[in-house]
Design a protein around this ligand. Structure first.
Ligand SMILES: *Cc1c(COP(=O)(O)O)cnc(C)c1O
Length: 408
């Protein structure tokens, strides 16, 4: 607000503008960049104010486990991007998933989840929730009949990720939301792989969206973070109390890093996506590659759903080499620019071999059900020049011939 007194209404402004200005709270110093409030607590002018704040009769901060001004700025900016009424930040993506589920569930409830979940999400659904009396059923997320059949009277939550890790399957969020709602359940979507730029699950009918801000939102490999978004009712009445009392709170420093990252999120995601599309097309034509999976390509198995619910194919590409694990290892070991790492969404292109890393914990049978075979690699495409990435990939693929790992 300048001297004119005109105040922007962020709900009517476009996403890029929301991401630069939304949620900003300036201190009395009028700083340009948002301030980091590295403080645990807050002082009150008098005892009456302290009493009123604790009673909730007066707005204002009390303790940074409950809320902190820098964290609030991040939450508000992200909620404006998502089009959600409210958001809460958490220490990591897994803190967001665990909080979102635990805050909404109680013993006797039932959860239906797509089987292709991030490893730690699978642990929460399969191992942790049952310990507290919450049963779960895993389904093939692409098969709507399985979602329908798994619903029970006590089903409270349907949970999915789309695109999935690592095979980048895309599920019909609107159809699954309908199935959940017809059965009195809510749909929670882990939207990490699409990022808030490319997919808006709440507009498709989801009740709650969770993020690992560690991925595209930071996008520069610096800090962990997470977020839970939904209606004010869900966030304030169910999620907030759980967070406040159990403490998986985001640090104000991390909130500041992530808040500044939101300013450039659309630029980064769109450029990474354009690089990913070029890399996917290059790989699809290479004879060492058995299969390329990229949601932005017309040969993706759910290309029609991608068209309906995403603004593009995303920043990840899955590729399967003909020569199995030996070829996958030899290929990745010969890359020079693309780094071997299990993170994703980063400015640096990163490649991982799911069968021996993220999905190592699973039995070979469980990996087979998920299509995580030994020749599969997951490539998170970064902000390098796409031509350099393609040359790096071409060199490593061509070197497979010299190592006697040519395509059969
Ligand atoms: C990384 C990731 C998480 C967990 O996030 P952390 O920030 O590592 O705790 C959850 N879901 C998906 C899909 C992820 O990729």
């Amino acid at each position: 607000m300048n001297d004119s007194g005109r105040k922007p209404d962020f709900k009517t402004l476009r996403p890029a503008t929301r991401l630069v200005h939304g949620g900003t709270q300036r201190s009395q110093f009028g700083e340009t960049s948002e301030a980091i409030f590295l403080t645990q607590g807050f002082v009150y002018p008098d005892m009456e104010t302290a009493e009123a704040r604790f009673k909730g009769d007066e707005p204002g901060y009390v303790y940074s486990r409950y809320a902190n001004p820098t964290v609030t700025m991040f939450e508000e900016r992200l909620a404006l991007l998502e089009g959600a009424e409210a958001a809460r930040a958490t220490a990591s993506g897994m803190a967001a998933v665990t909080t979102a589920l635990m805050a909404q569930l109680k013993a006797g409830d039932h959860v239906v989840a797509a089987r292709a979940l991030f490893g730690a999400c699978l642990y929460v659904v399969e191992d942790l929730l049952p310990r507290f009396g919450v049963a779960s059923t895993l389904v093939d997320g692409a098969d709507l009949a399985q979602w329908r059949a798994a619903m029970r009277p006590e089903t409270r939550i349907a949970f999915l990720e789309s695109p999935t890790n690592p095979r980048l399957d895309v599920y019909d969020i609107a159809a699954i939301a309908d199935i959940a709602h017809q059965n009195g359940a809510r749909l929670v979507v882990d939207n990490v792989f699409a990022s808030p730029i490319l997919q808006k699950p709440m507009a498709l009918g989801a009740d709650c969206v969770v993020y690992s801000a560690t991925k595209h939102i930071d996008g520069q490999g610096r800090c962990l973070g997470g977020a839970i978004l939904g209606s004010s009712d869900l966030i304030e009445n169910e999620v907030h109390g759980f967070l406040r009392q159990t403490g998986p709170t985001m640090s104000p420093f991390n909130a500041w890093v992530l808040l500044k990252s939101l300013e450039t999120l659309p630029l980064r995601v769109n450029q990474q996506m354009s690089n990913a599309a070029r890399v996917a097309d290059f790989l699809a034509d290479h004879r060492q590659i058995r299969q390329v999976i990229y949601p932005g390509r017309p040969d993706h198995p759910q290309a029609d759903i991608v068209q309906r619910q995403m603004l593009g194919g995303g920043t990840l590409v899955a590729l399967e080499l003909s020569g199995g694990k030996a070829a996958a290892f030899a290929f990745a070991n010969r890359l020079a620019i693309i780094k071997i790492s299990n993170n994703l969404g980063d400015a640096k292109s990163l490649i991982t071999h799911p069968a021996t890393t993220t999905h190592q914990r699973l039995t070979p049978e469980a990996r087979a059900v998920l299509g995580v075979n030994d020749g599969l690699l997951r490539l998170s495409v970064g902000l390098e020049d796409a031509d350099d990435l393609i040359e790096d990939l071409a060199f490593a693929l061509d070197s497979l011939d010299q190592q006697g790992l040519a395509a059969e």
